[in-house]
Design a protein around this ligand. Structure first.
Ligand SMILES: C[S@@+](CC[C@H](N)C(=O)[O-])C[C@H]1O[C@@H](n2cnc3c(N)ncnc32)[C@H](O)[C@@H]1O
Length: 230
């Protein structure tokens, strides 16, 4: 795994095996902030102190988690964050990215790295709490083979690798599981706008809308459960 500096000065990882970076090379921080935290409605929910439950597909470095948790802490708001990851990076590797990208959050970055180390060293499900407000449930599973309780999440961050490297995570069978796990007003946020993925979203019972992307990406997407199907 290689460290990669992105255009907004923040770091991400580059996976030489898949030839793919963990965030946009045009800006890891701007992607995390705009595509996930804001487009999902989570920024607004936490700003208005609404307790929030998130599912992330592809925990990676934990950067999306740390950005979201910082916002929850700043607003004294409860956050339940469930994430799955089948090939966890070490806490040490994640910490190199996190401590550079979120310099004022040393304890939270360390907490995230320690949680990653727990699943890297063999535990399959870990649930850790930070500061009484944040719960991180990290699952070492292949998301495609996992199911979550129905009607559980207010937001879903769909941040798997590309359709080329992670095809099953963009197909209707998997998206139907996310649709069931989503609350009726939940928002799924992702960077992917590819046509086959959009058809799969419709087949799985989501309605989607394209939004302007961050630097380097013309469009991204949000989806919500179609009324009557949630
Ligand atoms: C684009 S990166 C995620 C970046 C991450 N959200 C972050 O903030 O660092 C994609 C992640 O999905 C994980 N992944 C790929 N296939 C998966 C699967 N079937 N189940 C769970 N995680 C998967 C990869 O190991 C990788 O960590």
């Amino acid at each position: 795994m290689q460290l990669l500096k992105t255009d907004d000065g923040s770091l991400t990882l580059f996976d030489p095996l898949h030839q793919e970076s963990y965030h946009s090379k045009f800006g890891a921080r701007s992607e995390s902030d705009q595509v996930y935290l804001r487009n999902s409605g989570v920024h607004q929910r936490l700003s208005s102190q609404t307790d929030t439950s998130i599912l992330e597909i592809g925990f990676g470095t934990g950067f999306n988690f740390v950005q979201t948790a910082c916002h929850a802490l700043a607003n004294h708001c409860t956050l339940h964050y469930t994430a799955c990851e089948n090939f966890p990076v070490s806490g040490h590797t994640a910490l190199q990215v996190l401590s550079h990208n979120v310099p004022g959050a040393d304890k939270l970055c360390r907490f995230t790295a320690d949680t990653l180390d727990q699943i890297s060293s063999g535990e399959q499900f870990v649930s850790n709490s930070f500061d009484d407000l944040i719960t991180l449930n990290l699952q070492r599973v292949d998301a495609a083979c996992h199911t979550w309780l129905d009607d559980t999440f207010d937001a879903i961050y769909l941040d798997a690798f590309s359709t080329k490297n992670n095809p099953t995570l963009w197909q209707a069978d998997f998206l139907k599981k996310l649709q069931s796990a989503a609350r009726p007003d939940a928002i799924l946020a992702t960077y992917c706008v590819n046509g086959k993925f959009r058809s799969a979203l419709s087949e799985a019972g989501f309605e989607y809308r394209k939004l302007p992307g961050p630097a380097g990406k013309r469009e991204v997407l949000i989806a919500t459960p179609a009324p009557g199907l949630a």
